[in-house]
Every structure is written in C-alpha cells, then in structure tokens.
Ligand binder design. Structure first.
Ligand SMILES: Cc1cc2nc3c(=O)[nH]c(=O)nc-3n(C[C@H](O)[C@H](O)[C@H](O)COP(=O)(O)O)c2cc1C
Ligand code: SF4
Length: 501
C-alpha cells in the first residue's frame, strides 16, 4: 500500500469536527520522498545502526555490506547479533532480574501470546471504576516515559483527561528508532495484547475512543503479531463498541512508518499519521492540548504503556515501591552483540551500571570496555570510570548521559572516536527532518570534517573553529532532541576522550 493512501474516514471526520485543517501541504510524492523506505523493501538489508558500527569487528564484511546499501537502514532491532541483517533469525536471551517481571512478563516464554492466555484482567477491572481512577493510579505510580525524555506519565494523562472535547486520541509510539534498543520489538512480538490492553486503558482513562499504533516498517514480525492480536481482541470483545458491557467504545489503527528515525519524535510522528511532511512541530501547543488532527492526544512509548496493566491491577503505590530515587518501577534494557551475554533484561532502577555491564552482560567478547551509550545514538557516552553510576534517570543525566530507551551499546578498545563521530553525524545528517538549518546542513559539514580526521587528515585551525561554531549552533538552535543530541554526543566525546583529539 502506498503510504499516501490510507487517510481514514474516521480521521477526516474528526478533523471536520475539530475544525482542523488537514489538507496536506504537499503532494503524496513529495511526502513519500521524505522517507527512506517508502518504496524500498526491507528484505535483504544490512543494518547501519550504531550497535552494528560498534560490533563491526565481529563481522567486517557484513559491515561493509551495510555501508554499500542505499537507502540505509538504521537499526533492525537485532543488536544482539550485530552487525545485523534482515536474514538473522537468532533470538536474544531474555531474562527478568527483579522480583517480578512487569514489562517482560510472558515475553521470554510467550505464555501470554493468545487472547485467552492474556486475559485482559486490567481492562476488566478498570471498566468497573471511574476513568479518573486510572489516571490517579498512573500518577501514584510515578511512572516516567520510557521513550527517551522520562516525562512523568501521570502528568500527561491528567493533562489530556482535563482537556474538554469529545474527540481525543491515544497513540502508541512503536517507532523504536534508538539504535541498540529492541525492547518494544519483543514486547509487541510476544505480548501484543498487553499493548492493545494498555492503549484501551489509556483511551478509557483520558476519554479517547480511537488509538493508533505507529509501528516501524523494520519490524515486520511485530506488525504481523499486532495485527493478529487486534483481530483476536475485536472478536473477543476487548475492542469495538461497548467493551465488556460498558459504554466505552474503542478502536485501534496501525500505521506503518517508512524508515525515518525522526518520525519517532512525537510531533513528527503525528504529522506522519496525518500524511503531512513529518517535520517536528514547534511547541506549544503540546500534543496533550492540540495533537493528532488538532485534538488532545496522549503519546506514550510502547514500554511505558506496557507497565500500565500491572499498575491498574496492583495499584500505583505498589509500582512506586519498586526502583529508587526519582526512577520508580522496572526498566527493560537491551545489550548489543559485543557483550558475552547480549540480550534483553528487566531490572529495577537503582542497579549499578557496572552490574548491568559485567554481571548481566558478562563483559565484552573483544576485551575491555572503551565506553557505552545507554540512551540511543544521540546521548552522551559513559566512560568506564563512571560505571559505578546507579541506573536512574537523574543519575545518568548527572554524568552527561541518558537512560533514553535503555538500549545499551558497548564499544571496545578498537573503536576510534573520530570514526564514531563521523558515523553518528552521518546518521544525524541523513535523518535530520530539515527544519533547523544548523541541524540540516551543519550535521553534514561536521560529518565531513570528522570523516577527514578519521581518514588520517588533520583539521586546520580554521576547520577546527568552523566545527566548534557548527556544534554550538546546532546545540543552541535545534528544535528537537535530534539536533541537541548530536551536539551532546560530540561534547561528551571531547570531554571524556579529549586525548584522542
Ligand atoms: C529524534 C527523536 C526520536 C525519537 N524517537 C522515539 C522512538 O523511536 N520511540 C519513542 O517511544 N520515543 C521516541 N522519541 C521520544 C518521543 O518524542 C516522545 O517523547 C515519546 O514518544 C513519549 O512517550 P513516553 O513519555 O512514554 O516516553 C524520540 C524523540 C526524538 C527527539
Ligand atoms: S533539530 Fe533537526 S530533526 Fe529536530 S526539528 Fe530541527 S532539523 Fe528537525
């Protein structure tokens, strides 16, 4: 199906109701051209993501193949086997390292795959209580968003709940673009009903009757699992009109992304669902006020949503008892192929990073750590001297790093930092939405300078000061975390690995 072709009647009606101008500004072809994979198949692809860059020593030919392919695919969610290709069918180790699994419950053994085994107990419970009770439990849980920013979920849910109007939306961000993360992928492949139930709970709580799952094209197995589960849920009466004898009606539409990293940014994602050019929107207004088709919209990451049924069943306070400091509950983390024990692990917040890397991950196959990144390609590096840091949002932030989505990519001593920066900035340039000039043009120029440096050239004094100006402009003027993240990763390399420059 062409991307342009699926504007739904319901969406159009909603836009008319809310007085929102959904006339596309550009033609379908012009919008399609934004995406890397709008026409390209995802079969026979090699991944060019940062965990594949980090693991290239394990398969240099595979990495060369990735570099030769166009358009590039940035992250196939197979970082446990990187450098990855679409042909890899190997599955990761999946373990729960906390007293009770919440988001990975049923993921390893697939014991909750069918609608009968899953059961929809949380939705059943919620529908017997007022909608606001669900919002209150999410607030009490102190759950923070797992998609990257760590924003308190309860605040967002309350904001959408408080908005007047009959038309509201809930959106699951299943774009999982952060290289190194394959958490949402396995939640969706192996417990798709948890995502469906979570979206229905969110819809009930905030007063939305329609939900969207924005799912990346690079995850075809997850798409099949989610679509199958949607049919089962409809047949079983967990979606549709008057669910479980209540007056609550809810439907879910799946929208498949087309290979753009920036579409994981929530406002770009909303533009993409609306079939507009998926550039990042200026805020305010925030999506909670004016989001999809101009209506109040709740956007949450898949893993954030996956905690919701447990919170509804056990209470927000019970959830808040887990974890530590300002990071409550549990977190799934994924480790890349350089680890001796790559895989998907659920832990409580507060575990020292060193325990994650050396006990769960078992250290590296190829020698000592040089650095790790935890929160995707656009966050600061963690130096081995910082491995004693406790795993928490604020604690990671304090060392110039981030929890991000929890995909941990380790780099060994073979990694050269100028090559790393050239790689990250190439990714940044290819994936920039183009709205801010320093991000659009500066990232490309910085990539060229880093690449020249990596190829043995020395930067002239003029080029060095040009680079400094570019990074400063990107840091100061970027509208979203894509640009600020590029500046942050460069700053962390200069600060922590300055001796290499
Ligand atoms: C460039 C960029 C890419 C992003 N990609 C993703 C993504 O792939 N998945 C995701 O859940 N959030 C992503 N985010 C974060 C979203 O904008 C948003 O904060 C998140 O979906 C909100 O959900 P949460 O509060 O549950 O984390 C991205 C942000 C930026 C700036
Ligand atoms: S920082 Fe980059 S990706 Fe973000 S809005 Fe600006 S141009 Fe787009």
């Amino acid at each position: 199906m062409r991307f342009w072709g699926n504007v739904t009647v319901a969406a159009t009606n909603a836009a008319v109701e809310t007085g929102y101008d959904m006339k596309p500004e550009l033609t379908g072809r012009e919008i399609d051209s934004f995406y890397h994979l709008s026409d390209a198949p995802v079969e026979h692809r090699s991944c060019r993501g940062i965990s594949c860059f980090a693991g290239k020593i394990l398969n240099p030919e595979g990495w060369q193949q990735a570099l030769s392919q166009w358009p590039p695919v940035y992250c196939l969610g197979k970082c446990y086997a990187s450098p990855a290709t679409t042909e890899i069918i190997e599955q990761p180790r999946i373990e729960i390292h906390c007293p009770e699994g919440i988001v990975l419950d049923g993921v390893a053994d697939q014991s909750k795959l069918s609608v009968q085994d899953y059961g929809y107990a949380a939705l059943r419970k919620a529908l017997r209580n007022p909608a606001e009770a669900v919002v209150a439990e999410i607030e009490a849980s102190q759950l923070r968003g797992r998609g990257g920013a760590g924003f308190p979920a309860g605040k967002k849910w309350r904001a959408v709940f408080n908005e007047p109007g009959a038309t509201k939306y809930v959106v699951a961000n299943a774009d999982e673009g952060d290289h190194g993360s394959y958490i949402d992928r396995f939640i969706m492949e192996r417990t798709p009903h948890r995502l469906i139930e979570s979206l229905a709970l969110a819809g009930y709580a905030v007063g939305a009757s329609k939900g969207y799952i924005y799912l990346r094209k690079e995850y075809p197995v997850a798409e099949v699992a989610v679509r199958k589960a949607l049919l089962e849920a409809e047949e079983a009466g967990w979606l549709g009109a008057d669910i479980y004898g209540s007056s609550f009606s809810f439907e879910i539409e799946v929208v498949i992304g087309q290979g753009s990293y920036v579409c994981g940014e929530e406002t770009s994602l909303l533009n993409s669902i609306e079939h507009r050019r998926p550039e990042v929107r200026s805020r305010p207004p925030f999506p909670t006020q004016s989001g999809l088709f101009g209506a109040p919209t709740l956007v949450n990451n898949v893993e954030t949503l996956a905690s919701v049924p447990w919170i509804v069943l056990n209470g927000g306070e019970a959830y808040a008892e887990k974890g530590f400091s300002t990071s409550r509950g549990t977190k799934a983390i994924s480790l890349n192929s350089l680890f001796n024990q790559p895989g998907l692990y659920e832990i409580e917040f507060g575990m020292p990073l060193r325990t994650i890397l050396e006990v769960l991950g078992g250290g590296l196959k190829t020698g000592d750590f040089k650095a790790v990144i935890v929160g995707g390609p656009l966050t600061g590096l963690v130096h081995p001297r910082e491995f004693g840091t406790l795993f928490g949002f604020d604690e990671m932030h304090a060392i110039g790093a981030s929890i991000g989505h929890g995909g941990i990519v380790a780099f060994d001593q073979h990694t050269r930092m100028d090559e790393f920066l050239a790689h990250v900035f190439e990714f940044g340039a290819i994936e920039s939405c183009g709205k801010c000039t320093p991000c659009r043009l500066g990232s490309r120029r910085a990539q060229v300078l880093f690449a020249n440096r990596a190829e043995g050239g020395c930067l002239s004094a003029q080029e060095e000061s040009e680079l400094k100006e570019i990074l400063d402009a990107i840091r100061r003027t970027s509208l979203c975390g894509h640009g600020t993240g590029l500046a942050a990763v460069a700053a962390s390399v200069f600060e922590k690995f300055g001796e290499e420059f």
